[in-house]
Design a protein around this ligand. Structure first.
Ligand code: SF4
Length: 471
């Protein structure tokens, strides 16, 4: 396992970082940088045979790595930080509240200070290189690991190499189990995820290797941001006890997850990356925003949400590969079946309050929508949402859909809703293209087959643009 260590004081690192890129400190525009003041830390020379709880290979942050270095673990040459003994002894909910307004750099510093050698940055090969830059700026030793699924773009592999050289670190790559990959590919082929969802392949190539990596840690650092996925990441705290994975002490609650950029906008990340001039994945210049495996990632158009470039054949709520499945709320879990699409809510829904209630909206029953679907010539076109009232994604679009119905009132376009869960689900899947909730259909005036709204952007303007195009 590689370990990156700094032999410079924090303040000089910060100074070096800025001056080496011809930037005065006041030119760092990102507001979340301003309040952080790295402190000087003593530098202790390497001590052979120093006792550490975990053994690791140490690299000075700025050292140019020799590519043929021995990978035999050596004693760490860092000042052993004081780390928390037990994850449970700290109230991380309270700490998250205290750090809610802290800068990402301040959060990173706190994380590294607390966990020392037992924490590592999860690096995906995308803009989360910002985490490595923050770690460097703290002046503390840090570790970086990444999941090599075997299906990454060549550009991402090149980027890994560039990052290693730029920071003088070794990334600790985790690989999937060869026997498991072999079994999956031999039985289902190389592209099974297009047919039965990405979960199984992600489980083999990502989740299990991640689980192995985390079992050697007590904390990890991710680049998750609230604005990345409105469905699954809107509430992530800056630090939390990991709700899913276990750390080296074993058991749920034995691992802490740090999300230093949880509250940062994607555009601010990019402003910072440009300001400090760190290497970036060349895929970004080709329209890629969120970057994962090659077959499951594509560029997005201006205005499209970044997650629309990931697993685009599936619904938004399934767009967690399992690495952050704790983000998916418990009540949503039954919606995620094996293929990552919507399934009937397990505990029924009779008691859930109905949604999309408006005088401008027609509630269609089964006969109503069957008739609508059969008509070759309708008097007017219809826009209909297939929904389930317990589905949080339906709830999230309620305001915009009701507003849209109000705007379309009197324009000749009818707006309706059809509750398609429970007994109606099989019918809706078979006859109405229901893949997941919500599904929005436009029934044109002169053709019977409805047109499915293809985007996850469900704001009024996007929906209106869809209607006006087809009207
Ligand atoms: Fe497999 Fe795609 Fe998941 Fe990569 S992102 S592990 S190729 S399903």
């Amino acid at each position: 396992m590689a370990f990156a260590s700094s032999s410079s004081s924090s303040s000089s690192l910060l100074h070096h970082s800025i001056s080496s890129h011809s930037l005065a400190s006041h030119e760092l525009k990102a507001p979340w940088i301003g309040s952080f003041r790295p402190v000087d830390r003593p530098v202790v020379p390497p001590t052979v045979g120093t006792s550490h709880r975990r053994r690791c290979l140490v690299k000075p942050v700025y050292a140019e790595p020799k590519r043929n270095d021995s990978v035999v673990p050596q004693a760490a040459t860092m000042v052993a930080p004081e780390v928390v003994d037990k994850v449970e002894t700290e109230d991380f909910e309270k700490l998250a509240k205290e750090l809610e307004n802290a800068s990402p750099l301040g959060i990173m510093d706190k994380a590294l200070e607390k966990f020392g050698n037992d924490i590592a940055i999860a690096f995906s090969g995308a803009e989360d290189v910002v985490l490595i830059e923050y770690a460097r700026l703290t002046g503390r030793p840090f570790r970086v690991f990444s999941l090599d699924t075997g299906r990454l773009n060549p550009e991402t592999y090149q980027f890994f190499d560039t990052v290693e050289k730029h920071y003088g670190i070794r990334i600790e790559y985790m690989f999937p189990d060869a026997i498991e990959v072999q079994a999956l590919v031999r039985s289902k082929g190389l592209f099974s995820f297009y047919e039965d969802g990405h979960q199984e392949c992600c489980r083999v190539r990502k989740v299990r290797p991640l689980r192995r990596a985390l079992k050697g840690l007590r904390a990890w650092i991710t680049g998750q941001r609230k604005d990345q996925s409105p469905g699954t990441r809107a509430e992530i705290p800056v630090v939390q006890v990991d709700p899913v994975f276990e750390g080296m002490d074993g058991g749920i609650g034995s691992l802490v997850k740090w999300n230093p950029v949880a509250n940062v906008d994607g555009k601010d990340i990019w402003n910072f990356l440009r300001a400090v001039n760190v290497p970036i994945n060349s895929l970004h210049s080709k329209g890629y925003v969120s970057i994962g495996c090659e077959p499951c990632t594509r560029p997005v158009l201006p205005g499209q949400h970044e997650r629309e470039g990931r697993w685009w054949w599936e619904d938004a709520k399934a767009k967690e590969c399992g690495l952050h499945k704790g983000n998916i709320k418990q009540e949503e879990v039954p919606q995620l079946n094996g293929n990552g699409n919507g399934a009937v809510h397990a505990n029924g829904s009779a008691t859930v309050t109905d949604i999309f209630n408006s005088q401008n909206l027609v509630a269609l029953n089964r006969t109503g929508i069957e008739n609508l679907a059969k008509l070759e010539n309708r008097r007017e076109p219809w826009l209909v949402v297939l929904y389930a009232p317990w589905c949080s994604f339906c709830q999230a679009m309620e305001g915009s859909y009701v507003e849209l119905a109000e705007k379309l009132a009197g324009t000749g376009v009818k707006v309706g809703k059809f509750r398609a869960d429970g007994d109606q689900k099989a019918f809706a899947e078979r006859e109405l293209q229901l893949g997941s909730f919500p599904t929005i259909l436009f029934f044109p005036k002169h053709t019977s087959r409805p047109i499915k709204y293809p985007s996850e952007k469900r704001d009024v303007d996007s929906l209106m643009a869809f209607v006006k195009t087809l009207q």
